[in-house]
Design a protein. Sequence first.
Length: 186
Amino acid sequence: MPAGRSGDAVLSTPRLALREMTPDDLDFVAEMMGHPEVTRYYPKQYSREEARRWLERQLERYRRDGHGLWLVTLKSTGEPVGQVGLAIQDVEGVREPEVGWLLHRPYWGNGYATEAGAAACDAAFERWRYPHVISLIRPENEPSQRVATRVGLRPGRRVLFHRFVHVVYQGDRTTRTTERPERPND
């Protein structure tokens, strides 16, 4: 892909645009994945090389699954704020569609994760026709648990995922429509 070219647009919300990432997004991804607060619930902070491999996994997901984590940008400025999307995860031997969110620290507290997460859930049901979605969240990650609840996912069983215990939040089309925040604040 030529330098400077944006990835394909995927979703839009009132304030946000979600698009496929490109190799040109590495600087932002590396900065975000190297931030100690952003990666607090990950096994470690990511080096630039590890962030590059993370980004390459998303590009492979786009090719293989038709979706992955997308870059979230502010519509008003085009500024990247994080990654939100739909990734297929292997959970106890079952391939599950997971809605995930990861925002860079300067953008916390504006409701972006909830806004983009809700759009990703809607797309999972409407565009990709998944009967349900999950979100894998570590028990101590209360901010992500609040986002999951706001987008209509409910906590369920605990699983071992990438060597850590995670709560499987889950929702389907009917459970998601029962609780929609008027003004998200995550």
